[in-house]
Design a protein around this ligand. Sequence first.
Ligand SMILES: [Zn+2]
Length: 336
Amino acid sequence: MLKTPDPHEGILAIDTHVDIPWPTGPSPFADGARCVDLPKLKIGRIAGVCFVAYVPQFGRDAAGDAAAVARARAMLDAIAGMAPADGSGGVLAFTADAIEAAYAAGKTAIIPAIENGYAMAKDLSLLDEYAARGVRYITITHNGHNDLADAAIPRKDLNDVEAEHGGLSELGVAAVKRMNELGILPDISHTSKTTMLQVVKLSRVPVMASHSCMRALCDHPRNLDDEQLEALRGTGGLVQVTMVSNFLRPRARARDLTVADIADHIDYAVGKMGIDHVGIGSDFDGGGGVSDYRNAAQSPHLTEELARRGYDHAALSKIWGGNFLRLLRQAEAIKI
Ligand SMILES: [Zn+2]
């Protein structure tokens, strides 16, 4: 009997946006309640994950800033903790080469990232510390404006006006420039369109949206419109399609959606931008997941859906990780 071809076979797959439970939660080493833990990554054959130290936006006074920095540091410690020195977990991978080496060795690559530039408060030197800890991208804002930039979703509870800086602040401009110098990718998921277009103009490295969907398919302020996709493509950048239900379909619930809904957004992005500019960032453990892709163990379901739509091995390899590795290498090449 002929073996059914397995489209996920031989693919170095990277999920570019996964949260961690905080401050407490199930262990990353056991197959438990988390959408993403090391056993599920093995089952789902995901080679690497960008785990984010997510800092929710709060006050920007000295106390708020100090708390944001403390939280980011502690979460980065927890992320590093997924790669214990005895080799029983994943391995920290700070470069594209290291991710490929981990894959070759059959180890899960743990790639640190930060969600919300609030984590650097008003102190550019913290970017150096984060880079030294291996952080490969920083999402410039979360929901709510910060000191760097305007967000796509202002926070009324924090007294946000519609647009505070008109895009990037002076500090935000300096932060993007410093990120470029340190090899940290600027991530424009969550930022306002004005911010996003300014980052695209300013950054010397192609720009990424680590977890976003297509506004043409689902009119949500967190999604990217065609002009934004065009701008990203112009930089050589990436949109990493996410699987948050109400970004995929208006007011949808996760249980009503399937991998076909995710694939629709991937198809659209590929149609607009080309196969070299699209990837996957699930937002698992941060709100991501659909009925037949509830956790990392089910990752091949999405690969199978894409294969059914005609994506071949080369295309699947680009979407699942090749494009992101290219971006990391471009960032590494201009690092000073
Ligand atoms: Zn997010």
